[in-house]
Design a binder for this molecule. Sequence first.
Ligand SMILES: *Cc1c(COP(=O)(O)O)cnc(C)c1O
Length: 485
Amino acid sequence: MASGQVERGGPGIGHNAELSAATRRSLSVPPDILALNPERMRELGYWVVDQVVEHFTTVGDGPAQVEEDPASLRAALGGPLPQDGAPLDEGLALLRDVAVAAQQHGDHPRYFARVPGPLSFPAVLADWLVTGTQSVASSWGGGSGPSTVEVIACEWFRDALGLDPAAEGVLLSGGSMANLTGLIAARAVTGPGVVYLSDQAHSSLKRGLLAAGYPPELIRVLPADDQFRLQPAVTAAAIASDTAAGRRPAIIVATAGTTNTGAVDDLAALADLAAARGMWLHVDGAYGGPAALTARGRETIGPALARADSFVADPHKWLFQPYGVACLLVRHPGVLERAFAMNPEYLADVSGHEVTLSNRGLELTRRARAFKLWLTFSGYGFKNLARAVERGIGLAEYAQYRVEAEPGLQVVTPASLGIVTFAGAGREPAAHTAAAEAITRSGYAALSSTVLRQRAVLRLCTINPRTTEADIDGTIARAGALLRG
Ligand SMILES: *Cc1c(COP(=O)(O)O)cnc(C)c1O
């Protein structure tokens, strides 16, 4: 303590001989104010482990999705401002029984809605380790270990997917943030200009472009073909007409696995087009990208994936991760730093083995998202991960085969990267939304309806390897019964 070194009444601010009463009161708070004793920490921690293991083993026995009314949720979880603490085990049980119970279970074997989130235990373990050790991957000095884990996880992922070996990665919270980050990096290279995407591109892309300040008149949403793919010829024509009008074509956004139907754009033709016009090719593989880990997925997506200037995949969808991790890979080293670094003198160090990951995006304090990926990759190995992804591809094909055999149902889009859509023959749109809702409300399975060229359809996304053929049978049979009227 420096106090007392300065004479009372001497010059300087705050140099008092005595601590004020307020300071002394503040310091009377014991340093262990928030601490729990180790025994209690273990007891509570083991309880959480037990809940999670129970969840892993029994999730399929309960409903796939539950929605509660807001009043009963608020009544159970709210109340007056908690001023004095309540027992932690009671709070934890309430979170489990009320909050966790009222949600979609994206890891349920019959959760087929939107994009499921099948989960693997190694990823959960590694994420717990990060949470409990405050692991951070922001600066090199503050997180050289976690930063290295992230760089290596991105490199392994890149190489397993068959992307350009020069590509540099960064992990973000999800596909939306990864798309936004990729588009901002692209603009740093291309400068302002026109962006081309299909009407099947994910909404996060348009939202990201608008949020990044793209004027709506520079965003070209082009009609997809009858297989829901961005059409290279239509894109080329739009580029030509923009060029003729004095505008600068800048970015083509392609999708490797659309959320609606699993369609994959013609990446080779679009890469040719981008190269010929000096444009940037961004590939959104948020849900479909991990399919490239398998031989069948690589065949569907094609080798031109390696020509993407930037590429996004969401391991919290098809790579068995807890929510909160997407990977952006950019083929041009240093571009992310050029777009985002706030201390350009750092650029000198970037190319070596030191990396400042907070300079590859908009987040400064970044939890070590890579631990879960790293442990998943190293623990299972890519061979086993590819087999788990491959099962999801096969399950959608099995669902297609079941739909074809089910009276009254017809396939609308065939199985592609784990997605199949179908409809009730001659049934009106409302019957489809009603069928999806009835099955979901029953708890047996969760599935969504969507609209394809004004046609209402049911849609199954089958990327959970724990799903059985019997799960598909039961779901299709229920849909058939409802749609036969
Ligand atoms: C899910 C999805 C996104 C958005 O990813 P989030 O992780 O939900 O933010 C973007 N693109 C595609 C193709 C998707 O399926």
